[in-house]
Design a protein around this ligand. Sequence first.
Ligand code: NAD
Ligand code: 6OD
Length: 495
Amino acid sequence: MNKLDARAVKTGPIGQFINGRYVQAGRATFENRHPATNAVIGVVHEADANVVDQAVAAARAALKGPWGKTTPQERAAILRKVAAGITARFDEFLAAEVMDTGKPVTTASHVDIPRGAANFNFFADQILTVAGEVFNTPTPDGRTAINYSVRKPRGVIAVVCPWNLPLLLMTWKVAPALACGNTVVVKPSEETPATATLLGEVMNEAGVPPGVYNVVHGFGPQSAGEYLVSHPDVDGVTFTGETRTGAAIMKAAAEFVRPVSFELGGKNAALVFADANMDAAIEGTMRSVFANCGQVCLGTERVYVQRPIYDEFVARLKKGAAGLVSGDPFAKTTTLGPLISAEHKQKVLSFYDKARSEGAEIAYGGGSQNLPAPYADGHWVQPAIWTGLPETSTIMRDEIFGPCCHITPFDDEDAVIALANDSPYGLATAIWTQDVARAHRVAAQIEVGIAWVNSWFLRDLRTAFGGSKRSGIGREGGVHGLEFYTDLRNVCVLL
Ligand code: NAD
Ligand code: 6OD
């Protein structure tokens, strides 16, 4: 039996996870396909409004049960068991993630699954260090009042997730939510239902009480996603996905005045100065453009290179792109996976067509990619590197979310800062320079939530993570997520 058959046999129909149990409930089933082959690997039950209601009710009830009485120390201990449970079942999570996404096993084993476990360990530690504020307040009659803060769980949190880093991005929200004492209803992407479902078993094994972690499957509009974010008994919505989906969710959340925390799209720039370490800049830009087949929100789609090194940079990035290897996601030699779906492939290829019609010079690739069986029907595209387009072109304005970038030469620092900032998005940037003063000066002026200097996707989970402009609302990570995951109250005691 090959790996694909083994996976198909093991999963069976994927159901909802409600109140600590798997429930084959919902409106109908939809197919789950492996992006590398387009083969059906299972079916998934789509939650209807009634099923979403059950999940939210379970989450609401769990707030009043033993979970509501846990101390941060007890929750931290449970979260560490969840992390250990993911690590103990590493290979199962790995196979599930690779089958759902088609991403190379080397990526999933170094990034997705370890970070899934690390998120729980990190927030287990973090919740134990949360401090409050205290003020001594003199009163007009000569006495003193003490004001101090109390943080309470916000309640039932809806966690709506994308498909590009399914376990990583879902646990990045679920771990702080649970650490703060909330309960969650997770809506994974319809493209990647498996790891969120598998995590239910780990939650049970770790002693997470029933109803604390729930999962409902389905699509966005008029399906599980919309039913969840519109549900009146949800107290907050944390979402990662496209900016326009964020706008729809914000409208739904507005109805009952619920807070939102959004990590949205990007059109990120890399700035490569002539004094950069060329080897490091090429290595970092190869990752920021092509990792996960370009399906990383923090990825670079606009590369600006200072003129003295422009030709060399383009030539070396082309050479790097030509060295990417597509094929069996489970092979350690594969470095470029497929796109997530036929629909997304169509979208990316339409941008490839647009680049041609807008007059781009094609430095490398830029077409579909045909692989032999069993990958012939997978969602493969070539990498693409373009030059020569104006800043006003669609390719320079819109998020593509594929393995592609445009490279533009620049002459001076102020001009490239203006170019980088000329975007409605403001998620991340990568600055490549060996001039320390320039690094700080430029980083401070780029309008993004995250600026990397001589690195990319180097994460410290204590730092604020999120997007500026249309790339997000709020910050998570470290103490910053406390603003969303807790309700901050003040107690005033007149002595
Ligand atoms: P998407 O917005 O299409 O879908 C995300 C999730 O929202 C899915 O679970 C989907 O079913 C659900 N959804 C869709 N419409 C909905 C609605 N009306 N109500 C409720 N739920 C709804 O995004 P995607 O295609 O899965 O992911 C790719 C996008 O995510 C890219 O734009 C990328 O930049 C962004 N992203 C951002 C970050 C970040 O940290 N800023 C991280 C990862 C991905
Ligand atoms: O590293 C993280 O915490 C994070 N949220 C990464 C997002 C990647 C986007 O595709």
